[in-house]
Ligand binder design. Structure first.
Ligand SMILES: C[S@@+](CC[C@H](N)C(=O)[O-])C[C@H]1O[C@@H](n2cnc3c(N)ncnc32)[C@H](O)[C@@H]1O
Length: 408
């Protein structure tokens, strides 16, 4: 494949845009791909993979290129810096510095030995605060988890049971030159082996599948759903899990999808229409009354709470540069508040699933422990911990199913 000068310029511009942290990397990628429709599939793949890897490893690449003092100020990168980071990244991939006049000062011998004296947070290319916190919370597991989180994410879809099973989805996609493989441990999941133009396929337009990580597909089944049940998905966002819930209910019953952002619920509505998920109703949370009015109305409550997103760093590698210690503390407070107030929507005898895509016990097991200590009328039925590199080949997720035994 030819890496043209134009492709390189776009890559470097995109890196600079993402490094300022003004834009999320996925938005930057979308814009560049839309503006460069003449790129081949290979060139598109090179652009996306290289940009994500440069972002993922930026702290380590800064160190390797002799910018030890500036490892935490990537947002002030110049174009010259980006050339060097790209050169060092290509050196790691291909074993030699690419032949460009801009890279004349980059020395292969130096690059080879640069990491010898580097501390572990640099080797793992993690922000120091995140490294310290993860080491404290995960102990010896952390380096393995970090290395797993530093890999590129696979692409997974969920066959929409309302329209087709996964064999039918796989067949329909293969007719459109997209190869998939069933994921053994996850009943509706397919891994997309060759992406192509997945979202332009007829199968996608007809709502035969949704893009959803295989680990994420294990959360809705934790609710133990039966057709006819009333379910509230209280942090529904754009509806990944609401759509799955509707499919597991076989479109019988009721799904109330709540969120504090209307634009996310608008996306959810469009997706529900395409998926034929008629049982979903969306509602904006305007104040605490929205929740209070639903007291004890639901058989099942899903709280897929806002979290650090540290379990999905493969998919969103720039998220670690957007986070800080204070934002994780604020999220922990918000999660406990959501758990305490939103659990009121569950009827006696009903069940609640608390879920995050975080690797931190402080956002997961410890939150449940605290909730159970404060609310003896609830008990824990099942816990699922998917820790990348340890207990998950996919993204990192946590889920706990609780049952409400009595009113108080
Ligand atoms: C992890 S995301 C949900 C992802 C979604 N369930 C899915 O599967 O696609 C968490 C969501 O919680 C929403 N949120 C944040 N604060 C909230 C609050 N106080 N009450 C309800 N939702 C909230 C965010 O807007 C975000 O969409």
């Amino acid at each position: 494949m030819t890496v043209t000068r134009q492709l390189l310029d776009c890559l470097h511009n995109a890196f600079l845009q993402a490094a300022t942290l003004e834009h999320y990397a996925d938005k930057v990628i979308q814009q560049h791909l839309a503006a460069n429709s003449s790129w081949t599939l290979e060139q598109r793949a090179y652009f996306v993979t290289t940009l994500y890897n440069m972002i993922r490893f930026s702290r380590k690449l800064m160190w390797m290129t002799g910018r030890k003092e500036h490892v935490d100020t990537i947002q002030h990168c110049t174009r010259e810096d980006v050339w060097d980071l790209w050169g060092a990244y290509t050196f790691i991939q291909e074993g030699q510095v690419p032949d460009y006049p801009e890279l004349e000062s980059l020395d292969a011998t130096h690059l080879k030995s640069a990491l010898k004296d580097a501390p572990t947070d640099i080797q793992l290319s993690m922000p120091l605060w995140l490294h310290d916190r993860a080491e404290q919370e995960l102990g010896n597991n952390w380096p393995t988890v970090a290395r797993a989180l530093n890999q590129s994410a696979g692409n997974f879809i969920r066959a929409n049971g309302l329209k087709a099973n996964r064999e039918a989805v796989s067949k329909a996609l293969s007719k459109e030159s997209i190869a998939t493989l069933p994921v053994e441990a996850v009943s509706d999941a397919l891994e997309v082996k060759q992406m192509g133009y997945l979202f332009r396929t007829d199968a996608f337009q007809r709502g035969l599948f949704e893009m959803q990580d295989a680990g994420s597909q294990l959360i809705a089944p934790l609710l133990e759903l039966l057709p006819g049940m009333k379910v509230v998905d209280a942090c529904a966002g754009a509806g990944g899990k609401s759509l799955h819930i509707a499919a597991l209910l076989k479109n019988k019953g009721r799904v109330l999808s709540l969120d504090i952002h209307q634009h996310k619920l608008d996306t959810l509505k469009k997706r529900a229409k395409r998926a034929g998920a008629h049982v979903i109703e969306t509602r904006l949370i305007q104040n605490s009354k929205t929740i209070k009015r639903q007291k004890e109305k639901f058989d099942r409550v899903l709280l897929d709470v806002p979290c650090s997103g540290t379990g999905v760093l493969r998919r969103n590698p720039d998220a670690k540069w957007h986070l800080d210690e204070q934002s994780v503390s604020d999220l922990i407070t918000l999660q406990q508040d959501i758990l305490q107030r939103y659990s009121q929507m569950c009827r006696v005898g009903g069940k609640l699933v608390y879920a995050t895509c975080s690797i931190f016990p402080s956002e997961n097991e410890l939150q449940i422990k605290q909730f159970l200590a404060d609310n003896p009328n609830w008990s824990l039925e099942q816990e699922l911990s998917l820790l990348p590199g340890i207990s998950s080949e996919y993204d990192g997720f946590y889920g706990a199913r609780l049952v409400k035994n009595s009113a108080e």
